[in-house]
Design a protein around this ligand. Structure first.
Ligand code: ZN
Length: 594
Protein backbone atom coordinates (compact mmCIF):
# COMPACT_ATOMS: atom_id res chain seq x y z
CA UNK A 1 0.00 0.00 0.00
CA UNK A 2 1.08 3.58 -0.57
CA UNK A 3 -0.64 5.05 2.49
CA UNK A 4 1.40 6.92 5.07
CA UNK A 5 1.15 6.51 8.83
CA UNK A 6 -1.11 9.51 9.38
CA UNK A 7 -3.91 8.21 7.21
CA UNK A 8 -3.93 4.63 8.40
CA UNK A 9 -6.85 4.78 10.79
CA UNK A 10 -9.63 5.27 8.31
CA UNK A 11 -13.28 4.51 8.99
CA UNK A 12 -15.25 1.65 7.49
CA UNK A 13 -18.99 1.91 7.07
CA UNK A 14 -21.54 0.03 9.09
CA UNK A 15 -24.07 -1.47 6.69
CA UNK A 16 -26.32 -2.83 9.43
CA UNK A 17 -28.90 -0.10 8.77
CA UNK A 18 -29.62 -2.15 5.67
CA UNK A 19 -28.99 -5.74 6.82
CA UNK A 20 -26.81 -7.35 9.47
CA UNK A 21 -25.27 -9.82 7.05
CA UNK A 22 -25.94 -11.76 3.87
CA UNK A 23 -27.63 -14.33 6.14
CA UNK A 24 -29.87 -11.79 7.88
CA UNK A 25 -33.36 -13.43 7.89
CA UNK A 26 -34.88 -10.03 7.14
CA UNK A 27 -33.26 -10.20 3.73
CA UNK A 28 -35.20 -13.26 2.60
CA UNK A 29 -38.33 -11.82 4.21
CA UNK A 30 -37.93 -8.64 2.16
CA UNK A 31 -37.45 -10.61 -1.05
CA UNK A 32 -40.60 -12.60 -0.31
CA UNK A 33 -42.57 -9.48 0.60
CA UNK A 34 -41.51 -7.72 -2.59
CA UNK A 35 -42.33 -10.76 -4.69
CA UNK A 36 -45.78 -11.23 -3.17
CA UNK A 37 -46.59 -7.53 -3.34
CA UNK A 38 -45.48 -7.39 -6.97
CA UNK A 39 -47.61 -10.41 -7.92
CA UNK A 40 -50.62 -8.90 -6.20
CA UNK A 41 -49.89 -5.53 -7.79
CA UNK A 42 -49.89 -7.02 -11.27
CA UNK A 43 -53.11 -8.89 -10.55
CA UNK A 44 -54.80 -5.81 -9.13
CA UNK A 45 -53.79 -3.25 -11.70
CA UNK A 46 -52.63 -4.66 -14.99
CA UNK A 47 -54.87 -3.54 -17.83
CA UNK A 48 -57.23 -1.40 -15.76
CA UNK A 49 -55.35 1.82 -15.05
CA UNK A 50 -57.50 3.82 -17.46
CA UNK A 51 -60.60 2.91 -15.42
CA UNK A 52 -59.24 4.17 -12.08
CA UNK A 53 -60.17 7.46 -10.46
CA UNK A 54 -57.58 9.86 -9.07
CA UNK A 55 -57.26 8.46 -5.57
CA UNK A 56 -57.18 4.82 -6.74
CA UNK A 57 -54.48 5.77 -9.21
CA UNK A 58 -52.55 7.47 -6.38
CA UNK A 59 -52.89 4.28 -4.31
CA UNK A 60 -51.44 2.22 -7.11
CA UNK A 61 -48.43 4.54 -7.35
CA UNK A 62 -47.90 4.34 -3.58
CA UNK A 63 -47.81 0.54 -3.74
CA UNK A 64 -45.47 0.67 -6.71
CA UNK A 65 -43.21 3.04 -4.75
CA UNK A 66 -43.25 0.75 -1.72
CA UNK A 67 -42.18 -2.31 -3.73
CA UNK A 68 -39.39 -0.33 -5.35
CA UNK A 69 -38.26 0.87 -1.96
CA UNK A 70 -37.83 -2.75 -0.80
CA UNK A 71 -35.99 -3.69 -3.99
CA UNK A 72 -33.88 -0.55 -3.69
CA UNK A 73 -32.89 -1.52 -0.16
CA UNK A 74 -31.90 -5.04 -1.24
CA UNK A 75 -29.96 -3.84 -4.25
CA UNK A 76 -28.20 -1.12 -2.25
CA UNK A 77 -26.95 -3.72 0.20
CA UNK A 78 -25.72 -5.99 -2.58
CA UNK A 79 -24.04 -3.11 -4.37
CA UNK A 80 -22.30 -1.71 -1.29
CA UNK A 81 -20.95 -5.13 -0.28
CA UNK A 82 -19.73 -5.57 -3.83
CA UNK A 83 -18.03 -2.15 -3.80
CA UNK A 84 -16.29 -3.00 -0.53
CA UNK A 85 -14.32 -5.74 -2.18
CA UNK A 86 -15.09 -7.03 -5.64
CA UNK A 87 -12.55 -9.82 -5.16
CA UNK A 88 -14.71 -11.61 -2.63
CA UNK A 89 -16.47 -14.10 -4.86
CA UNK A 90 -19.30 -14.68 -2.37
CA UNK A 91 -20.16 -10.98 -2.50
CA UNK A 92 -20.04 -10.96 -6.28
CA UNK A 93 -22.36 -13.95 -6.48
CA UNK A 94 -24.62 -12.51 -3.82
CA UNK A 95 -24.95 -9.23 -5.72
CA UNK A 96 -25.57 -11.10 -8.96
CA UNK A 97 -28.27 -13.26 -7.42
CA UNK A 98 -29.93 -10.20 -5.88
CA UNK A 99 -29.87 -8.53 -9.28
CA UNK A 100 -31.53 -11.53 -10.83
CA UNK A 101 -34.15 -11.71 -8.10
CA UNK A 102 -34.84 -8.00 -8.32
CA UNK A 103 -35.02 -8.20 -12.08
CA UNK A 104 -37.52 -11.03 -11.85
CA UNK A 105 -39.69 -9.08 -9.40
CA UNK A 106 -39.49 -5.74 -11.16
CA UNK A 107 -40.42 -7.32 -14.47
CA UNK A 108 -43.85 -7.96 -12.88
CA UNK A 109 -44.14 -4.20 -12.45
CA UNK A 110 -43.01 -3.30 -15.89
CA UNK A 111 -46.50 -2.91 -17.27
CA UNK A 112 -47.13 -0.03 -14.89
CA UNK A 113 -45.05 2.83 -16.32
CA UNK A 114 -45.97 1.62 -19.81
CA UNK A 115 -49.64 1.72 -19.03
CA UNK A 116 -49.30 5.07 -17.27
CA UNK A 117 -47.66 6.28 -20.43
CA UNK A 118 -50.58 5.27 -22.56
CA UNK A 119 -53.16 7.15 -20.46
CA UNK A 120 -54.82 10.07 -22.17
CA UNK A 121 -53.52 13.46 -21.09
CA UNK A 122 -57.10 14.66 -20.41
CA UNK A 123 -57.95 11.68 -18.24
CA UNK A 124 -54.84 12.18 -16.14
CA UNK A 125 -55.45 15.88 -15.88
CA UNK A 126 -58.99 15.32 -14.60
CA UNK A 127 -57.89 12.65 -12.16
CA UNK A 128 -55.35 15.06 -10.72
CA UNK A 129 -57.98 17.75 -10.23
CA UNK A 130 -59.80 15.49 -7.80
CA UNK A 131 -56.91 13.92 -5.93
CA UNK A 132 -54.21 15.81 -4.08
CA UNK A 133 -52.50 12.45 -3.46
CA UNK A 134 -52.13 12.02 -7.19
CA UNK A 135 -50.99 15.62 -7.65
CA UNK A 136 -48.14 14.82 -5.26
CA UNK A 137 -46.79 12.43 -7.90
CA UNK A 138 -47.23 14.85 -10.81
CA UNK A 139 -43.47 15.47 -11.35
CA UNK A 140 -42.82 11.72 -11.32
CA UNK A 141 -45.66 11.09 -13.76
CA UNK A 142 -44.13 13.73 -15.99
CA UNK A 143 -40.80 11.91 -15.80
CA UNK A 144 -42.39 8.57 -16.65
CA UNK A 145 -44.28 10.02 -19.55
CA UNK A 146 -41.17 11.81 -20.74
CA UNK A 147 -40.22 8.66 -22.64
CA UNK A 148 -43.70 8.21 -24.06
CA UNK A 149 -42.63 8.87 -27.63
CA UNK A 150 -39.74 6.42 -27.32
CA UNK A 151 -41.59 3.50 -25.85
CA UNK A 152 -41.90 0.13 -27.57
CA UNK A 153 -44.70 -2.42 -27.54
CA UNK A 154 -45.23 -4.14 -24.20
CA UNK A 155 -43.68 -7.48 -25.18
CA UNK A 156 -40.63 -5.79 -26.65
CA UNK A 157 -40.11 -3.79 -23.47
CA UNK A 158 -40.46 -6.96 -21.46
CA UNK A 159 -37.93 -8.97 -23.41
CA UNK A 160 -35.44 -6.07 -23.45
CA UNK A 161 -35.78 -5.76 -19.73
CA UNK A 162 -35.40 -9.47 -19.07
CA UNK A 163 -32.42 -9.84 -21.39
CA UNK A 164 -30.50 -7.00 -19.69
CA UNK A 165 -29.12 -9.39 -17.15
CA UNK A 166 -27.58 -11.55 -19.86
CA UNK A 167 -26.34 -8.63 -21.92
CA UNK A 168 -25.71 -5.05 -20.83
CA UNK A 169 -25.37 -5.60 -17.09
CA UNK A 170 -23.00 -8.49 -17.52
CA UNK A 171 -20.76 -6.62 -19.94
CA UNK A 172 -20.55 -3.88 -17.34
CA UNK A 173 -19.77 -6.51 -14.74
CA UNK A 174 -17.05 -8.03 -16.91
CA UNK A 175 -15.51 -4.58 -17.22
CA UNK A 176 -15.61 -3.92 -13.49
CA UNK A 177 -14.17 -7.29 -12.56
CA UNK A 178 -11.42 -6.97 -15.15
CA UNK A 179 -10.39 -3.53 -13.87
CA UNK A 180 -10.52 -4.63 -10.23
CA UNK A 181 -8.44 -7.74 -10.94
CA UNK A 182 -5.76 -5.87 -12.85
CA UNK A 183 -2.35 -5.48 -11.24
CA UNK A 184 0.15 -3.05 -12.71
CA UNK A 185 3.80 -3.92 -12.61
CA UNK A 186 5.39 -0.79 -11.21
CA UNK A 187 9.21 -0.73 -11.32
CA UNK A 188 8.97 -4.22 -12.81
CA UNK A 189 8.29 -5.64 -9.36
CA UNK A 190 5.48 -4.04 -7.33
CA UNK A 191 2.15 -5.33 -8.42
CA UNK A 192 -0.29 -2.47 -7.79
CA UNK A 193 -4.07 -2.22 -7.95
CA UNK A 194 -5.61 0.54 -10.05
CA UNK A 195 -6.21 3.02 -7.23
CA UNK A 196 -2.63 2.57 -6.03
CA UNK A 197 -1.07 3.13 -9.43
CA UNK A 198 -3.31 6.11 -10.21
CA UNK A 199 -2.27 7.65 -6.91
CA UNK A 200 1.35 7.66 -8.10
CA UNK A 201 0.32 9.96 -10.96
CA UNK A 202 0.36 12.81 -8.46
CA UNK A 203 3.75 11.93 -6.99
CA UNK A 204 6.13 14.91 -6.72
CA UNK A 205 8.84 12.72 -8.26
CA UNK A 206 8.63 12.96 -12.04
CA UNK A 207 10.30 9.60 -12.61
CA UNK A 208 7.76 7.93 -10.32
CA UNK A 209 4.94 9.48 -12.34
CA UNK A 210 6.51 8.42 -15.60
CA UNK A 211 7.10 4.85 -14.46
CA UNK A 212 3.58 4.63 -13.06
CA UNK A 213 2.08 6.02 -16.26
CA UNK A 214 4.05 3.61 -18.43
CA UNK A 215 3.13 0.63 -16.24
CA UNK A 216 -0.49 1.69 -16.35
CA UNK A 217 -0.46 2.17 -20.13
CA UNK A 218 1.17 -1.24 -20.54
CA UNK A 219 -1.51 -2.90 -18.45
CA UNK A 220 -4.31 -1.18 -20.36
CA UNK A 221 -2.69 -2.04 -23.68
CA UNK A 222 -2.52 -5.72 -22.80
CA UNK A 223 -6.26 -5.76 -22.18
CA UNK A 224 -7.16 -3.30 -24.91
CA UNK A 225 -8.83 -5.83 -27.18
CA UNK A 226 -11.10 -6.93 -24.33
CA UNK A 227 -11.91 -3.32 -23.41
CA UNK A 228 -12.52 -2.56 -27.04
CA UNK A 229 -14.88 -5.54 -27.37
CA UNK A 230 -16.79 -4.46 -24.26
CA UNK A 231 -17.06 -0.86 -25.47
CA UNK A 232 -18.07 -1.86 -28.99
CA UNK A 233 -20.69 -4.30 -27.70
CA UNK A 234 -22.23 -1.79 -25.32
CA UNK A 235 -22.25 0.94 -27.96
CA UNK A 236 -23.87 -1.39 -30.49
CA UNK A 237 -26.41 -2.50 -27.90
CA UNK A 238 -27.23 1.16 -27.30
CA UNK A 239 -27.38 1.93 -31.01
CA UNK A 240 -29.86 -0.90 -31.64
CA UNK A 241 -32.07 0.27 -28.82
CA UNK A 242 -31.73 3.93 -29.82
CA UNK A 243 -32.84 3.09 -33.35
CA UNK A 244 -35.86 1.14 -32.15
CA UNK A 245 -36.74 3.94 -29.76
CA UNK A 246 -36.20 6.60 -32.42
CA UNK A 247 -33.57 8.70 -30.69
CA UNK A 248 -31.93 11.04 -33.10
CA UNK A 249 -28.43 11.16 -31.64
CA UNK A 250 -26.55 8.83 -29.27
CA UNK A 251 -26.64 11.63 -26.66
CA UNK A 252 -30.39 12.27 -27.06
CA UNK A 253 -31.67 9.71 -24.57
CA UNK A 254 -29.30 11.04 -21.93
CA UNK A 255 -30.48 14.60 -22.52
CA UNK A 256 -34.06 13.50 -22.22
CA UNK A 257 -33.33 11.64 -18.99
CA UNK A 258 -31.53 14.72 -17.70
CA UNK A 259 -34.49 16.82 -18.72
CA UNK A 260 -32.24 19.21 -20.50
CA UNK A 261 -33.03 20.40 -23.98
CA UNK A 262 -30.55 19.32 -26.69
CA UNK A 263 -29.92 22.97 -27.50
CA UNK A 264 -28.95 23.79 -23.90
CA UNK A 265 -26.43 20.92 -23.88
CA UNK A 266 -25.03 21.91 -27.26
CA UNK A 267 -24.56 25.47 -26.08
CA UNK A 268 -22.69 24.21 -23.03
CA UNK A 269 -20.41 21.97 -25.12
CA UNK A 270 -19.75 24.68 -27.71
CA UNK A 271 -19.04 27.36 -25.12
CA UNK A 272 -16.58 25.13 -23.27
CA UNK A 273 -14.80 24.06 -26.47
CA UNK A 274 -14.41 27.68 -27.53
CA UNK A 275 -12.92 28.40 -24.11
CA UNK A 276 -10.20 25.70 -24.26
CA UNK A 277 -7.52 28.31 -25.19
CA UNK A 278 -8.38 30.70 -22.36
CA UNK A 279 -8.78 27.88 -19.83
CA UNK A 280 -6.78 24.66 -20.16
CA UNK A 281 -4.29 25.80 -22.81
CA UNK A 282 -3.39 28.88 -20.79
CA UNK A 283 -3.23 27.05 -17.48
CA UNK A 284 -1.02 24.17 -18.62
CA UNK A 285 1.46 26.62 -20.15
CA UNK A 286 1.80 28.14 -16.68
CA UNK A 287 2.15 24.71 -15.18
CA UNK A 288 4.93 23.75 -17.58
CA UNK A 289 6.77 26.91 -16.57
CA UNK A 290 6.39 26.17 -12.86
CA UNK A 291 7.69 22.67 -13.37
CA UNK A 292 10.62 24.02 -15.40
CA UNK A 293 9.62 21.99 -18.44
CA UNK A 294 9.43 22.99 -22.09
CA UNK A 295 6.62 20.53 -22.66
CA UNK A 296 4.45 18.55 -20.31
CA UNK A 297 4.08 14.82 -20.74
CA UNK A 298 0.75 13.23 -20.04
CA UNK A 299 2.04 12.01 -16.66
CA UNK A 300 2.63 15.63 -15.61
CA UNK A 301 -1.02 16.57 -15.81
CA UNK A 302 -1.61 15.70 -12.14
CA UNK A 303 1.88 16.63 -10.92
CA UNK A 304 1.94 18.65 -7.70
CA UNK A 305 3.73 21.99 -7.90
CA UNK A 306 7.39 21.68 -6.94
CA UNK A 307 8.07 24.21 -4.17
CA UNK A 308 5.34 23.21 -1.79
CA UNK A 309 6.13 20.27 0.49
CA UNK A 310 3.46 17.59 0.37
CA UNK A 311 1.89 17.47 3.79
CA UNK A 312 -0.50 14.67 4.62
CA UNK A 313 -3.82 15.68 6.07
CA UNK A 314 -5.08 13.21 8.63
CA UNK A 315 -8.62 11.92 8.38
CA UNK A 316 -9.60 13.87 11.51
CA UNK A 317 -8.18 17.10 10.05
CA UNK A 318 -9.87 16.49 6.73
CA UNK A 319 -13.18 15.88 8.43
CA UNK A 320 -12.89 19.05 10.51
CA UNK A 321 -11.93 21.21 7.49
CA UNK A 322 -14.98 20.04 5.56
CA UNK A 323 -17.50 20.24 8.39
CA UNK A 324 -16.33 23.72 9.40
CA UNK A 325 -16.71 24.96 5.84
CA UNK A 326 -20.24 23.59 5.65
CA UNK A 327 -21.05 25.02 9.07
CA UNK A 328 -19.97 28.54 8.09
CA UNK A 329 -22.44 28.42 5.21
CA UNK A 330 -25.26 26.49 6.83
CA UNK A 331 -25.25 24.97 10.34
CA UNK A 332 -28.18 22.81 9.26
CA UNK A 333 -26.13 21.21 6.51
CA UNK A 334 -23.15 20.70 8.82
CA UNK A 335 -25.39 18.94 11.32
CA UNK A 336 -26.55 16.47 8.70
CA UNK A 337 -22.95 16.11 7.54
CA UNK A 338 -21.78 15.17 11.03
CA UNK A 339 -24.09 12.17 11.11
CA UNK A 340 -22.07 10.58 8.29
CA UNK A 341 -19.07 10.46 10.64
CA UNK A 342 -20.70 9.69 13.96
CA UNK A 343 -23.02 7.01 12.59
CA UNK A 344 -20.43 5.31 10.37
CA UNK A 345 -21.92 6.00 6.96
CA UNK A 346 -18.47 6.40 5.37
CA UNK A 347 -15.94 3.88 4.09
CA UNK A 348 -12.65 5.69 3.50
CA UNK A 349 -10.02 2.92 3.78
CA UNK A 350 -7.54 1.75 1.15
CA UNK A 351 -7.86 -1.91 0.22
CA UNK A 352 -7.10 -3.88 -2.91
CA UNK A 353 -10.32 -4.99 -4.56
CA UNK A 354 -12.24 -1.99 -3.24
CA UNK A 355 -14.00 0.27 -5.73
CA UNK A 356 -11.27 2.74 -6.73
CA UNK A 357 -13.51 5.77 -7.11
CA UNK A 358 -15.74 7.72 -4.80
CA UNK A 359 -19.50 7.91 -4.53
CA UNK A 360 -22.42 8.69 -2.29
CA UNK A 361 -25.10 6.03 -2.60
CA UNK A 362 -28.55 7.24 -1.57
CA UNK A 363 -29.87 3.70 -0.81
CA UNK A 364 -33.55 4.42 -0.01
CA UNK A 365 -35.27 7.31 1.80
CA UNK A 366 -36.26 5.14 4.78
CA UNK A 367 -32.58 4.36 5.48
CA UNK A 368 -29.78 6.86 4.73
CA UNK A 369 -26.98 7.37 2.20
CA UNK A 370 -23.50 5.82 2.35
CA UNK A 371 -20.23 7.32 1.13
CA UNK A 372 -17.29 5.43 -0.32
CA UNK A 373 -13.91 7.01 -1.00
CA UNK A 374 -10.22 6.12 -0.98
CA UNK A 375 -8.55 8.57 1.38
CA UNK A 376 -4.85 9.12 0.71
CA UNK A 377 -4.52 12.25 2.86
CA UNK A 378 -4.05 14.85 0.13
CA UNK A 379 -5.94 18.12 -0.42
CA UNK A 380 -7.57 16.34 -3.36
CA UNK A 381 -8.99 13.72 -0.98
CA UNK A 382 -10.35 16.40 1.33
CA UNK A 383 -12.10 17.91 -1.71
CA UNK A 384 -13.47 14.49 -2.60
CA UNK A 385 -14.81 14.17 0.93
CA UNK A 386 -16.43 17.62 0.63
CA UNK A 387 -17.87 16.56 -2.73
CA UNK A 388 -19.36 13.26 -1.63
CA UNK A 389 -20.64 14.77 1.59
CA UNK A 390 -22.49 17.35 -0.51
CA UNK A 391 -24.15 14.49 -2.40
CA UNK A 392 -24.92 12.73 0.86
CA UNK A 393 -26.51 15.79 2.48
CA UNK A 394 -28.49 16.43 -0.69
CA UNK A 395 -29.73 12.83 -0.63
CA UNK A 396 -30.77 13.12 3.01
CA UNK A 397 -32.65 16.37 2.32
CA UNK A 398 -34.39 15.17 -0.84
CA UNK A 399 -35.26 11.84 0.79
CA UNK A 400 -38.30 13.52 2.32
CA UNK A 401 -39.84 13.48 -1.17
CA UNK A 402 -40.04 9.67 -1.08
CA UNK A 403 -38.46 7.03 -3.27
CA UNK A 404 -39.95 8.06 -6.59
CA UNK A 405 -39.45 11.80 -6.21
CA UNK A 406 -36.14 12.01 -4.33
CA UNK A 407 -33.86 11.53 -7.31
CA UNK A 408 -32.65 14.59 -9.17
CA UNK A 409 -31.70 14.53 -12.85
CA UNK A 410 -27.94 14.02 -13.35
CA UNK A 411 -27.31 17.65 -14.26
CA UNK A 412 -28.69 18.88 -10.97
CA UNK A 413 -27.34 15.92 -9.01
CA UNK A 414 -23.83 17.43 -8.99
CA UNK A 415 -24.97 20.78 -7.60
CA UNK A 416 -24.65 20.14 -3.86
CA UNK A 417 -21.40 18.23 -4.27
CA UNK A 418 -19.64 20.90 -6.31
CA UNK A 419 -21.02 23.68 -4.11
CA UNK A 420 -19.69 21.87 -1.03
CA UNK A 421 -16.28 21.65 -2.68
CA UNK A 422 -16.35 25.37 -3.41
CA UNK A 423 -17.22 26.18 0.21
CA UNK A 424 -14.33 24.03 1.42
CA UNK A 425 -11.96 25.56 -1.09
CA UNK A 426 -12.85 29.15 -0.22
CA UNK A 427 -12.41 28.51 3.49
CA UNK A 428 -9.01 26.87 2.88
CA UNK A 429 -7.97 29.80 0.68
CA UNK A 430 -8.88 32.28 3.42
CA UNK A 431 -6.57 30.67 5.96
CA UNK A 432 -3.64 30.19 3.54
CA UNK A 433 -1.32 33.20 3.49
CA UNK A 434 1.99 31.79 2.25
CA UNK A 435 2.21 32.82 -1.45
CA UNK A 436 3.48 29.47 -2.70
CA UNK A 437 0.86 27.59 -0.75
CA UNK A 438 -1.78 29.94 -2.09
CA UNK A 439 -0.53 29.30 -5.58
CA UNK A 440 -0.63 25.57 -5.00
CA UNK A 441 -4.13 25.70 -3.57
CA UNK A 442 -5.43 27.94 -6.33
CA UNK A 443 -3.74 25.79 -8.97
CA UNK A 444 -5.26 22.69 -7.37
CA UNK A 445 -8.71 24.22 -7.61
CA UNK A 446 -8.18 25.31 -11.18
CA UNK A 447 -7.03 21.80 -12.07
CA UNK A 448 -10.09 20.31 -10.42
CA UNK A 449 -12.31 22.73 -12.31
CA UNK A 450 -10.53 21.96 -15.57
CA UNK A 451 -10.97 18.26 -14.84
CA UNK A 452 -14.63 18.79 -14.13
CA UNK A 453 -15.42 21.10 -17.02
CA UNK A 454 -12.84 20.87 -19.83
CA UNK A 455 -11.86 17.23 -19.34
CA UNK A 456 -15.46 16.03 -19.07
CA UNK A 457 -16.48 17.93 -22.18
CA UNK A 458 -13.48 16.38 -23.95
CA UNK A 459 -14.70 12.99 -22.68
CA UNK A 460 -18.13 13.78 -24.03
CA UNK A 461 -16.65 14.70 -27.40
CA UNK A 462 -14.74 11.41 -27.39
CA UNK A 463 -17.95 9.50 -26.66
CA UNK A 464 -19.79 11.39 -29.36
CA UNK A 465 -17.14 10.50 -31.96
CA UNK A 466 -16.94 6.89 -30.77
CA UNK A 467 -20.70 6.28 -30.80
CA UNK A 468 -21.03 8.00 -34.18
CA UNK A 469 -18.29 5.82 -35.61
CA UNK A 470 -19.72 2.67 -34.01
CA UNK A 471 -22.91 3.27 -35.95
CA UNK A 472 -20.84 2.68 -39.11
CA UNK A 473 -19.35 -0.57 -37.79
CA UNK A 474 -17.02 -2.06 -35.21
CA UNK A 475 -14.28 0.37 -34.12
CA UNK A 476 -10.83 -1.16 -33.59
CA UNK A 477 -8.91 -0.54 -30.40
CA UNK A 478 -6.42 1.56 -32.40
CA UNK A 479 -9.18 3.69 -33.86
CA UNK A 480 -10.74 4.22 -30.45
CA UNK A 481 -7.29 5.36 -29.36
CA UNK A 482 -7.15 7.86 -32.23
CA UNK A 483 -10.46 9.41 -31.21
CA UNK A 484 -9.25 9.61 -27.63
CA UNK A 485 -6.03 11.34 -28.70
CA UNK A 486 -7.94 13.83 -30.84
CA UNK A 487 -10.20 14.85 -27.97
CA UNK A 488 -7.27 15.00 -25.54
CA UNK A 489 -4.88 17.02 -27.72
CA UNK A 490 -7.60 19.54 -28.54
CA UNK A 491 -8.56 20.09 -24.95
CA UNK A 492 -5.12 20.00 -23.30
CA UNK A 493 -3.39 22.17 -25.89
CA UNK A 494 0.15 22.70 -27.12
CA UNK A 495 1.76 22.66 -23.68
CA UNK A 496 1.59 18.87 -23.89
CA UNK A 497 3.36 16.34 -25.98
CA UNK A 498 1.87 12.89 -26.14
CA UNK A 499 3.24 9.45 -26.70
CA UNK A 500 1.38 6.66 -28.41
CA UNK A 501 0.80 4.69 -25.25
CA UNK A 502 -1.50 7.42 -23.92
CA UNK A 503 -3.94 6.31 -26.59
CA UNK A 504 -5.06 3.43 -24.32
CA UNK A 505 -6.18 5.63 -21.46
CA UNK A 506 -9.80 5.77 -22.62
CA UNK A 507 -10.16 2.26 -21.25
CA UNK A 508 -10.16 3.15 -17.56
CA UNK A 509 -12.91 5.80 -17.66
CA UNK A 510 -15.72 3.73 -16.22
CA UNK A 511 -18.42 6.30 -16.98
CA UNK A 512 -18.17 5.38 -20.66
CA UNK A 513 -19.20 1.88 -19.68
CA UNK A 514 -21.72 2.54 -16.92
CA UNK A 515 -23.62 5.54 -18.19
CA UNK A 516 -22.86 6.82 -21.68
CA UNK A 517 -22.74 10.63 -21.84
CA UNK A 518 -22.95 10.95 -18.08
CA UNK A 519 -19.79 13.06 -18.18
CA UNK A 520 -21.22 16.35 -19.41
CA UNK A 521 -23.38 16.51 -16.29
CA UNK A 522 -20.19 17.32 -14.35
CA UNK A 523 -19.49 20.32 -16.57
CA UNK A 524 -23.13 21.34 -16.41
CA UNK A 525 -23.12 21.07 -12.62
CA UNK A 526 -19.81 22.90 -12.19
CA UNK A 527 -20.75 25.87 -14.35
CA UNK A 528 -24.13 25.99 -12.71
CA UNK A 529 -22.57 26.05 -9.25
CA UNK A 530 -20.05 28.70 -10.28
CA UNK A 531 -22.89 30.98 -11.28
CA UNK A 532 -24.76 30.08 -8.11
CA UNK A 533 -21.71 30.75 -5.97
CA UNK A 534 -21.18 34.12 -7.62
CA UNK A 535 -24.75 34.96 -6.65
CA UNK A 536 -24.05 33.92 -3.04
CA UNK A 537 -20.85 36.00 -2.94
CA UNK A 538 -22.74 39.04 -4.15
CA UNK A 539 -24.84 38.66 -1.01
CA UNK A 540 -28.24 37.65 -2.34
CA UNK A 541 -30.75 37.86 0.53
CA UNK A 542 -31.96 34.51 1.98
CA UNK A 543 -29.50 32.60 -0.12
CA UNK A 544 -29.10 29.72 2.36
CA UNK A 545 -32.85 29.30 2.64
CA UNK A 546 -33.31 29.28 -1.13
CA UNK A 547 -30.43 26.88 -1.52
CA UNK A 548 -31.76 24.38 1.04
CA UNK A 549 -35.17 24.65 -0.58
CA UNK A 550 -33.58 23.76 -3.89
CA UNK A 551 -31.89 20.66 -2.43
CA UNK A 552 -35.04 19.51 -0.64
CA UNK A 553 -36.98 19.70 -3.89
CA UNK A 554 -35.19 16.55 -5.10
CA UNK A 555 -36.73 15.48 -8.38
CA UNK A 556 -39.84 17.61 -8.10
CA UNK A 557 -38.50 20.65 -9.97
CA UNK A 558 -36.59 21.18 -13.27
CA UNK A 559 -33.49 23.30 -13.84
CA UNK A 560 -35.51 26.28 -15.00
CA UNK A 561 -37.70 26.27 -11.89
CA UNK A 562 -34.79 25.54 -9.57
CA UNK A 563 -32.67 28.40 -10.87
CA UNK A 564 -35.41 31.00 -11.23
CA UNK A 565 -35.36 32.08 -7.54
CA UNK A 566 -31.67 32.93 -8.02
CA UNK A 567 -32.32 34.91 -11.19
CA UNK A 568 -30.41 32.39 -13.32
CA UNK A 569 -31.35 30.67 -16.58
CA UNK A 570 -29.39 27.85 -18.25
CA UNK A 571 -30.94 28.52 -21.64
CA UNK A 572 -29.14 31.85 -21.73
CA UNK A 573 -25.67 31.45 -23.34
CA UNK A 574 -24.16 34.06 -21.00
CA UNK A 575 -25.05 31.77 -18.11
CA UNK A 576 -22.30 29.34 -19.16
CA UNK A 577 -19.82 32.11 -19.86
CA UNK A 578 -20.39 33.46 -16.36
CA UNK A 579 -19.60 30.04 -14.92
CA UNK A 580 -16.46 29.68 -17.03
CA UNK A 581 -15.26 33.18 -16.18
CA UNK A 582 -14.87 32.05 -12.59
CA UNK A 583 -12.21 29.56 -13.73
CA UNK A 584 -10.44 32.01 -16.00
CA UNK A 585 -10.51 34.52 -13.12
CA UNK A 586 -8.57 32.07 -10.98
CA UNK A 587 -6.11 31.57 -13.85
CA UNK A 588 -5.68 35.38 -14.05
CA UNK A 589 -4.80 35.31 -10.32
CA UNK A 590 -2.28 32.57 -10.94
CA UNK A 591 -0.67 34.50 -13.80
CA UNK A 592 -0.27 37.52 -11.56
CA UNK A 593 1.16 35.37 -8.73
CA UNK A 594 3.82 34.02 -11.07
ZN1 ZN B 1 -20.39 13.73 -7.81
Amino acid sequence: MTSSASVQSLPSWDLSSLYYSKQDPQLQKDIQEALKAAQKFAKDYEGILSTLNGSALADSIKTYEHIHEILGKLMSYGFLLFAEDVNIKENVNFYQSLQEKSNEISSLLLFFPLELNSLEEDMLHNAMEFSSDLRHYEPWLKDVRLFKDHQLAKDLEKILHEKQIASRSNWVRLYEETIADMRFLYNDQDSLAISEILNLFSSPDRSVREKAARAFAKGLKEKSSLFSLISNTLAKDKAIEDTWRKYERPISSRNLANQVEDTVVNTLIQTVKESYPSLSHRYYKLKAKWLGLKKLSYWDRNAPLPEVPEKDISWEEGKSIVLKAYDAFSPQMAKIGERFFTENWIDAGLRPGKDNGAFAHPTVPSIHPYILLNYHGKIRDVMTLAHELGHGIHQVLSGSQGYLLADTPLTIAETASVFGEMLTFQSLLKTTTHPLQRRSLLAGKVEDMLNTVVRQIAFCEFERMFHDQRRQGEVSSDDIGKLWMKAQTESLGSAFEFEGEYSYFWAYISHFIHTPFYVYAYAFGDCLVNSLYATYQKGMPQFEEKYLHMLKAGGTLRHKELLAPFGLNAADPSFWKQGLSMISGFIDDLESLS
